[in-house]
Design a protein around this ligand. Structure first.
Ligand SMILES: NC(=O)C1=CN([C@@H]2O[C@H](COP(=O)(O)OP(=O)(O)OC[C@H]3O[C@@H](n4cnc5c(N)ncnc54)[C@H](O)[C@@H]3O)[C@@H](O)[C@H]2O)C=CC1
Ligand SMILES: CC(=O)[C@](C)(O)C(=O)O
Ligand SMILES: [Mg+2]
Ligand SMILES: [Mg+2]
Length: 348
C-alpha cells in the first residue's frame, strides 16, 4: 500500500504478486467493451487467456485476429482457473447457467461489476472464490491506457474466499490489466454496485448528457446556431474535464478566465442546485433499495420497450447530427477513425 494516508486500502504495483496469476488460465467471457480490453491486456502481460464466445459471434474472428485463443463459453470456463464474466449484466445469469459445470472447487468466478451477485441473480457454488476487479473506465480506454503505459483505477472486492488466495489473485489480475499503475481501491460488492449505478446515472453518463443537452437546447432555442452550441456545450466539455482530471478543479479554474471563474462559481450552483441534490438522493435510494434493479430486470424480461425508445430518442437528438458533421471535419478525424477500427471489436 502507498505510504500516503487514505481512508480505505489502495493498492499499487508493488503490492501485487504476479505469481498469483502466472500459471493460471483466464477465461474472458465476452469480447465487448471490457472483454476485449481485459483479454488483450492480460495476454500482453503474459497471462494465458482463452476468450469465451458463442460460435455465431462476430467477435470470434476479431479476437482471433487480435492473436487470442477462442472457445465456446462452456469450453473456455471448463479449461480455466479464473472465469472473468464480461458479457452484459443482463445476460450473465444465462451464461452462468451454461458454464457453471465447468467451475471446479478452488476456481475463481470474477466480475467487473457486482450487479448479479448483489441483486441475487447469480448464486455461485460455495467452493469457488468470487471476486471483482471493476475498472473505473469504459473498456476502450482501459485498453488504450494500458498500451500507452498509463493506467486506470479499479475497485477490488472479494465475495467468497475459499482458497485463502482470492485477494492476492484479484490483485495480480488488476496488475495484469494495468490498474495497479493507477490505484486499486478495496471495497465490497454492495458498495461497488451502489456507487457505480449511482455514478453512471446521476453524474457520469446520465447527469452529464442531460446537462449538455439542456445547455445546447437553451442556446439553439434562443436562436444561436447548432454549430456554436455544440462546440460550447459538448466539445469544450472534454477540454475542461481534461484539466480537472489532470489537476483537480483548481487547475481548471486557474486556466479559465477570472470572468469564467466568477460566473461559474456564482451561477453554477443556481443551475445545478439543491433540487438536483434531492433528485440525486432519490436516485441513490432506488439503487440502494433494489427498485432500479427490479425495474431493469423487468424491462429486459419485457423485451426492452422503454430502453429502445430512450435509445432511439437520444441517438436522434439534433446535437448528435451536428456533432457528427463537425467531428468529420476535424483534420485528425480520419487517422483517429482508422486507429479506432483497428482497436475496437464490433459489439454483437
Ligand atoms: N462498458 C464498460 O466499460 C464497463 C462495463 N463493466 C461491466 O463489465 C461487464 C461487461 O460489460 P460490457 O463490456 O459493457 O459489455 P458489452 O455489451 O460491451 O459486451 C458484451 C460482449 O458479450 C458477448 N455477448 C453478448 N451476449 C452474449 C450471450 N448471450 N452469450 C455469450 N456472449 C454474449 C459479446 O461478445 C459482446 O460483445 C458488465 O458486468 C458491466 O457492468 C464495468 C465497468 C465498465
Ligand atoms: C464505464 C463504467 O464504469 C460504467 C459507466 O459503470 C459502465 O459502463 O457500466
Ligand atoms: Mg463504472
Ligand atoms: Mg457501470
Amino acid at each position: 500500500m502507498s505510504e500516503t494516508e487514505f481512508t480505505v486500502p489502495v493498492y499499487y504495483d508493488n503490492d501485487a504478486n504476479s505469481d498469483a496469476i502466472a500459471n493460471k488460465t483466464v477465461a474472458v467471457l465476452g469480447y465487448g467493451s471490457q472483454g476485449h480490453a481485459h483479454a488483450q491486456n492480460l495476454d500482453d502481460s503474459g497471462v494465458d487467456v482463452v476468450v469465451g464466445l458463442r460460435k455465431d459471434s462476430d467477435s470470434w474472428t476479431q479476437a482471433e485476429n487480435d492473436g487470442l485463443r477462442v472457445a465456446t463459453p462452456d469450453d473456455a470456463a471448463a479449461e480455466a482457473d479464473i472465469v472473468s464474466m464480461l458479457v452484459p449484466d443482463t445476460v450473465q445469469p444465462a451464461v452462468f447457467e451454461a458454464i457453471s459445470d465447468g467451475l471446479e472447487a478452488g476456481d475463481t468466478l470474477q466480475f467487473a461489476h457486482g450487479f448479479n451477485i448483489h441483486y441475487n441473480q447469480i448464486q455461485p457454488p460455495e467452493d469457488v472464490d468470487v471476486t471483482m476487479i471493476a475498472p473505473k473506465t469504459p473498456g476502450h480506454l482501459l485498453r488504450r491506457n494500458y498500451v500507452e503505459d498509463t493506467g486506470t483505477p479499479a475497485l477490488l472486492a472479494v465475495y467468497q474466499n475459499t482458497t485463502d488466495g482470492a485477494k492476492e489473485e484479484a490483485l495480480a489480475y488488476a496488475q495484469a490489466i494495468g490498474c495497479t499503475r493507477a490505484g486499486v481501491v478495496e471495497t465490497t460488492f454492495q458498495e461497488e454496485v451502489e456507487t457505480d449505478l449511482f455514478g453512471e446515472q446521476a453524474v457520469l453518463c446520465g447527469g452529464i448528457t442531460s446537462l449538455i443537452k439542456k445547455g445546447y437546447e437553451t442556446l439553439v432555442d434562443a436562436g444561436y446556431s447548432p454549430e456554436m452550441a455544440y462546440f460550447e456545450c459538448l466539445n469544450e466539455m472534454k477540454l475542461i474535464v481534461d484539466l480537472m482530471y489532470e489537476g483537480g478543479m483548481a487547475e481548471m479554474w486557474n486556466s479559465v478566465s477570472d470572468t469564467a471563474e466568477y460566473g461559474g462559481l456564482a451561477v453554477g450552483p443556481e443551475i445545478v442546485g439543491e433540487g438536483v441534490r434531492e433528485n440525486m438522493d432519490e436516485a441513490l435510494e432506488q439503487v440502494q433499495n433494489g427498485e432500479f434493479a427490479r425495474e431493469w430486470i423487468l424491462e429486459n424480461q419485457a423485451g426492452r420497450p422503454s430502453y429502445t425508445q430512450l435509445h432511439a430518442a437520444d441517438r436522434n437528438h439534433d446535437i448528435e447530427e451536428v456533432g457528427a458533421r463537425l467531428r468529420a471535419l476535424f483534420s485528425w478525424a480520419e487517422e483517429a477513425e482508422e486507429e479506432e477500427e483497428a482497436e475496437a471489436p464490433a459489439d454483437d
